[in-house]
Design a protein around this ligand. Structure first.
Ligand code: AMP
Ligand code: MG
Length: 354
């Protein structure tokens, strides 16, 4: 690891912690004076889906809700992980071209993911797993493959080769060596599921942070939305801005989240499925804001791969989405529907589009 990489990592880790404190301090400090004595709050912090997660809940059944939310994330990890031999995704990947019966839940998630693969013209592709393996992102032994290896892996990528049989709730990967990776959607989907679980309890509000994918339910005790900061990908100690959010999700994708360096070049973990190489994006990060966490997660990855112009074009056809994008030339682009909720806090110039 070079010095630059190490410093970047340290900064990124610190900034992650800052973001958490920032959000939670608002949550906790503001609830102290106004909450009735009978009201309670609870917080659980746990490791799952390869990341640190936090669930904070306020309300009479806060503790039960937070624990149930955590168990839900564990359940989804067991279902969707591609490295856990007990998971349904592992079973599909290991089936070597045979049909595999999966639960209705896994089937529906795969079907949703495939729909977005088509809608994003393959910028998001759930069959990217062999590319992640090739570049060493799966086991952690990063490497730069040669052109022949890249060419040969391309034959095994393509969402159109994932076959679905709804009547039998079954999935088949048509080409030998294909495999599914739900890494760009699982946490967003988990956010949606956790919210559903938490709402089964007597709770007033919740703030869920699954490795930076943030879901908010309800509002702060004073009725205002939760304030969630977006990191500057070039200086994780600075925030691009702060959003005030109620009953929605904010999911960010960026190359700075996971990468390695070799011979002075940086290789990021978000792949362009068309080239089987790290995406050459003119964006440093994309944050998507929407009540559907699954959609947020998929689109943050897809729009990052598409790059600035295509992402704006996509937004023009989906104007209900909120978007905040940091570009490689130092701009911050914010969709005009966020004008009232986005507060600029960093030093970068912000342009509203739409
Ligand atoms: P995210 O952090 O949500 O952008 O997801 C990144 C993760 O999704 C990577 O670590 C891979 O597991 C997977 N991934 C990378 N590139 C793509 C892509 N173009 N389409 C779908 N999944 C991807
Ligand atoms: Mg994603």
């Amino acid at each position: 690891m070079t010095d630059r990489t190490r410093i970047f990592r340290q900064k990124t880790k610190r900034a992650g912690a800052c973001l958490t404190c920032f959000m939670f301090s608002f949550f906790l400090s503001s609830c102290v004076p106004k909450v009735p004595v009978s009201d309670k709050s609870a917080k659980v912090e746990f490791f799952s889906m390869n990341t640190i997660n936090t669930i904070e809940v306020r309300g009479p059944e806060a503790e039960e809700a937070a624990n149930a939310g955590r168990d839900e994330v564990y359940r989804l990890e067991r279902l969707l992980s591609r490295t856990d031999p007990g998971s349904e995704i592992f079973m599909v990947n290991a089936a070597e071209g045979e049909w595999t019966e999966v639960s209705e839940e896994t089937f529906n998630l795969i079907r949703t993911a495939i729909r977005y693969c088509g809608e994003t013209d393959g910028a998001f592709d759930l069959t990217v797993a062999p590319v992640m393996d090739l570049w060493g992102f799966t086991g952690g032994e990063h490497r730069v493959p040669d052109d022949a290896e890249i060419l040969s892996v391309l034959d095994r990528i393509g969402y159109e080769h994932v076959l679905l049989d709804e009547a039998k709730s079954s999935v088949k990967l048509e080409i030998p060596g294909m495999s599914l990776d739900l890494g760009a959607v699982a946490k967003g989907y988990a956010g949606d599921c956790v919210i559903k679980i938490i709402q089964q309890f007597d709770v007033k509000s919740a703030l869920i942070n699954l490795g930076g994918n943030v879901t908010v339910f309800g509002s702060k005790p004073d009725g205002n939305g939760f304030r969630v900061a977006i990191k500057d990908p070039e200086d994780p100690e600075v925030y691009l801005g702060v959003l005030e959010l109620k009953d929605t999700n904010i999911v960010t994708s960026g190359g700075y989240e996971r990468f390695f360096e070799s011979d002075g070049k940086v290789y990021i973990h978000i792949m362009d499925p068309e080239t089987a190489r790290p995406a050459q994006s003119d964006l440093l990060s994309v944050s998507v804001i929407d009540p559907d966490g699954t959609r947020c997660d998929i689109l943050s990855t897809a729009l990052f791969v598409m790059g600035k112009e295509e992402a704006i074009r996509y937004w023009e056809e989906h104007r209900d989405l909120g978007l905040v994008m940091a570009t490689t030339d130092g701009e911050v682009l914010v969709s005009e529907n966020l004008k009232d909720s986005f507060e600029v806090t960093g030093g970068k110039s912000v342009t509203y589009f739409g």
